[in-house]
Design a protein around this ligand. Structure first.
Ligand code: IPE
Ligand code: IPE
Ligand code: MG
Length: 247
């Protein structure tokens, strides 16, 4: 089996959707769903460590989520801060590296500081890397990478024809990790909602109706097992991938 077709995904990216509906089903405010969602995050991180996944990227807050009611946005910010405070020690103890991706300059100064500190505490850890996508948008990510290249062109350090897929990739916020092998979206919607657009080019997709707070180790195992049954061809024929070429 080639590395490209390994049974366990090295990088899993998840759109954690369905918190609001989970709360609504229980006649609770949406915020309670987000709170329950944090518990699910804890669980899924633990399970990724057990399954020896290398990178877990979680979509926590999109560039578009600012459009939500002000009250919900501010509660989400508060929850993010509280969760960071509560979880960092445990993550560090478990050799997990925490990394926040997204345009964090839009957050309050204190939250930005807290994010940077949490990243610093865990930066030398060698176990699972957890990327939290906060104020993240796939289009933002590509734009900021291309802007950096344009700056180099402007300063005469790069020719326009030397703009390549490789150097665009190198400028993305996930340039330190391989592209996701498996993409999971909970909550029943089947769309990408501006998550890792560039990086998902050859990722395997898995959708489930399970609402995020209910997503557990069993659900993750189902997704991993679906992934391991697939043949990733990257444009080639099945025969080529299996090494039995017949033209
Ligand atoms: C995902 O759950 C969490 C965030 C976007 C912050 P939602 O809040 O989108 O839950 P639904 O989709 O309304 O159920
Ligand atoms: C995507 O969920 C963003 C996160 C889970 C953070 P949304 O609930 O915001 O996506 P749409 O609006 O249904 O596409
Ligand atoms: Mg949603």
């Amino acid at each position: 089996m080639t590395e490209e077709n390994s049974p366990v995904p090295q990088h899993i990216a998840i759109i954690m959707d369905g918190n609001g509906r989970w709360a609504k089903q229980r006649h609770q405010p949406r915020f309670m769903g987000h709170r329950a969602g944090v518990k699910a995050v804890e669980n899924i991180i633990k399970h990724c460590v057990e399954r020896e996944v290398s990178v877990l990227s979680l979509f926590a807050f999109s560039s578009e989520n600012w459009k939500r009611p002000t009250k919900e946005v501010s509660l989400l910010m508060e929850l993010f801060s509280v969760a960071l405070k509560q979880q960092v020690k445990r993550l560090h103890k478990n050799n997990i590296r925490l990394n926040v991706i997204g345009d964090i300059g839009k957050f309050s100064n204190s939250l930005q500081k807290q994010i940077r500190q949490s990243e610093q505490i865990t930066e030398n850890n060698t176990g699972l890397q957890v990327n939290i996508a906060a104020n993240y948008g796939g289009r933002w990510d590509i734009t900021q990478s291309v802007q950096a290249l344009a700056e180099k062109v402007k300063n005469g350090k790069l020719n326009p024809e030397d703009i390549t897929e490789e150097n665009i990739s190198e400028g993305l916020s996930t340039s330190d990790v391989p592209e996701p092998d498996l993409f999971i979206r909970t909550g029943g919607e089947q769309r990408v909602s501006n998550f890792l657009l560039w990086q998902l080019a050859y990722t395997e997709f898995f959708f489930t109706d399970t609402l995020w707070p209910d997503f557990d180790s069993k659900g993750l195992d189902t997704a991993i097992s679906s992934f391991s049954d697939r043949e990733r061809r990257y444009g080639k024929t099945s025969e080529q991938v299996q090494g039995v070429e017949d033209a």
